[in-house]
Design a protein around this ligand. Sequence first.
Ligand code: ADP
Ligand code: MG
Length: 406
Amino acid sequence: MSLPQASDLDVAGKRVLVRCDLNVPMEDGPGGSKTVTDDGRIRASVPLLRDLADRGARVIVMAHLGRPKGAPDPALSLRPVVHRLHELIGLERYSVHGAEDVTGPDAKELVERTGPGDIGVLENIRFDPRETSKDDAERGAFADELAALADLYVDDAFGAVHRKHASVYDVAQRLPHAAGPLVASEVAVLERLTESPARPYAVVLGGSKVSDKLKVIEALLPKVDTLLVGGGMCFTFLAAQGYDVGSSLLEADQLDTCRAFLETGKVVLPVDVVAADRFAADAAHDVVDATAIPSDRMGLDIGPRSVELFARALEGAQTVFWNGPMGVFEMEPYAAGTRGVAEAVAALSSGGGGALTVVGGGDSAAAVRALGIDEERFTHISTGGGASLEYLEGKVLPGLAVLEAG
Ligand code: ADP
Ligand code: MG
């Protein structure tokens, strides 16, 4: 995929509209205020914004926060995010201001005030219901207003490229455009997973449901050498082999699909699981054979022998994609499986290992952070959960297709 790059745009003195992913978790602060609890996405957006400002662009940022119901909602204002962005980018060196509306009088005034080297941020783009409208004409009218604010468009929000939204899709049709570095690097890595990957190629899947990951399994299974399955979805596979899985997660309507996947001979399943008597951190729990789960127990993690088995199956892999925790890692008694597999994957690319290791999925990335594993040990941790999975499924992502088109 050859995407035009932001670094090739001549931006000096131009108004550059940048779509960023600034959708960060927030909590209530003092006096009804809100504070950012994890500024990872804001940090990731800084390099492009700083580069554009340094090259004399008049930078106008658009981003969404949460899911406002198509109307302004003070609780989802980008104001605290603008404040944090200003701190991260440099309070003294750069001027960063937020608008009180999206394309209204205040936004227009902000754009006028934003000079070369300055950064202006529009209010939460989803305060306008036309942003996410299914009606092309409605989105188009909104995109006209956005495009009128700028000369050029840059998309650096990989997490939104699978959405046909005005700020992602329609506006790119109306302005000369390019991909920002986050979008470009994400696409480059995903291409390495889909186009002639280095072998052996292993995929590790977990998480809660088979049905969520069905299309990814279908798309990747023909390309991989090994598919390791843990997490809640492994129980539907075990049941497909005829084993009783107790009260573990089970998707009865996926049994035939799982049987077909098993017939490829590429699927490796856990041999033991941590079985608990309730879905709770303080539940009674034991390690049992995966083929002998007591009928009143639910599997909430893969067991230690499975971690060893998975680690052995990964040995020598040159390409690894991991999506979905191996267990309910949010509760400490069921975190060891995810920790062990994360370590095994990370070891392939760190400390002299030369494999390509990619972590995808919001909860998987959160697990890496929560379990205290150094993120640098993986080649890449994908920022856009849904978007990366859709890319791997082979879908056309509207936000990328529109950038690729001249
Ligand atoms: P990602 O966001 O990385 O794609 P998913 O959303 O598919 O991952 O799944 C994450 C969730 O799966 C976690 O909240 C985790 O608690 C849950 N999970 C993992 N293993 C199990 C299990 N054995 N039973 C129930 N839930 C599980
Ligand atoms: Mg998830």
